[in-house]
Design a protein around this ligand. Structure first.
Ligand code: SF4
Ligand code: SF4
Length: 284
């Protein structure tokens, strides 16, 4: 299954707008939202399907059995994350390193699976959409992204093509998103921070040797910065597949939980359609 990953160096660049439009334009039957801190692609692409949900157990946390504990205080002294007080573990501070359970002289500390997120699978006869939501204060989002991609793969046997909406930034969840995809489409915005973030994400994608291209969203908000993006991309041999204009129809579409592709006469939809034609030439 060929996979296209849509990324941006930061949130708010229009990544999900572009992803949902590409899903509609391509007719992809398999798609995923790996923005596990704030998944929202389902609002546009799968609002008519009831999700199947399950807890995600990404790691373990320590638990002290008070009946076995002899109150020696060794675990509290040893925990470098300061997660143990008065012979009880504060789960929101526990990093699951298991040092306390190793040093407890009476085996009073067990490591228990901890639910750090919720997996969601939207599936009908033709579509499979995988996503997840990280619980507040939980870490291990990279592992959760890997689980989202696996859930998609396991449930889209007949699909030859998938579109993945990645996480913003360049951290662990993004690296987990890039792994194994055929192409990365970077949505850049023409601002100082947007250019900085785009460069970082290009560097990250290059480390994986993954094909990569850029599109500029709201290019006409700052055309000189858009030119700067193109010049930079040309200098490192990265293709800019298109410039998407600022278009009020996008806000209208978002407010109505619609993809901009459902407004084919809009300037933004036309620009993304041209971008999709170029992606097709690379991927297929
Ligand atoms: S190390 Fe074990 S016995 Fe000592 S205080 Fe901690 S849990 Fe209790
Ligand atoms: S597992 Fe590690 S972080 Fe958690 S309470 Fe034990 S020593 Fe502290």
């Amino acid at each position: 299954m060929k996979q296209l990953l849509v990324l941006s160096g930061k949130g708010g660049t229009g990544k999900t707008t572009v992803s949902s439009a590409l899903i509609a334009l391509s007719g992809a039957k398999a798609f995923a939202d790996c923005d596990v801190d704030a998944p929202n692609l389902h609002l546009v692409t799968a609002q008519d399907i009831k999700p199947q949900t399950s807890d995600y157990y990404g790691f373990q946390k320590a638990y002290i059995d008070s009946e076995k504990c002899i109150k020696c205080g060794l675990c509290e002294e040893t925990c470098r994350f300061n997660a143990i007080h008065d012979f009880a573990v504060n789960v929101s501070e526990c990093e699951g390193c298991a040092v306390c359970s190793e040093i407890c002289p009476v085996n009073a500390i067990k490591m228990l699976d901890f639910s750090s997120g919720e997996m969601m699978l939207y599936k009908d006869e033709v579509r499979a959409f995988s996503t997840a939501k990280l619980k507040t204060g939980s870490g291990a989002s990279g592992k959760l992204v890997t689980a989202v991609k696996k859930q998609l793969k396991d449930n889209s046997h007949n699909s030859e093509f998938a579109i993945i909406d990645g996480s913003p930034g360049i951290g662990c969840p993004v690296i987990a998103s890039i792994s194994g995809v055929n192409m990365v489409m970077i949505v850049a915005e023409p601002t100082v921070s947007g250019i900085h973030d785009m460069k970082r994400i290009i560097e990250t994608a290059k480390k994986f040797g993954t094909k990569c291209a850029v599109c500029i969203n709201k290019y006409d908000v700052n055309e000189s910065k858009s030119d700067e993006i193109e010049e930079y991309c040309n200098s490192i041999d990265i293709k800019v597949f298109g410039r998407i204009p600022y278009d009020k129809t996008v806000s209208h579409a978002v407010n109505n939980c619609r993809s901009i592709a459902e407004y084919p006469e809009s300037q933004a939809a036309k620009a993304i359609s041209e971008i999709w034609d170029k992606i097709k030439n690379i991927l297929f």
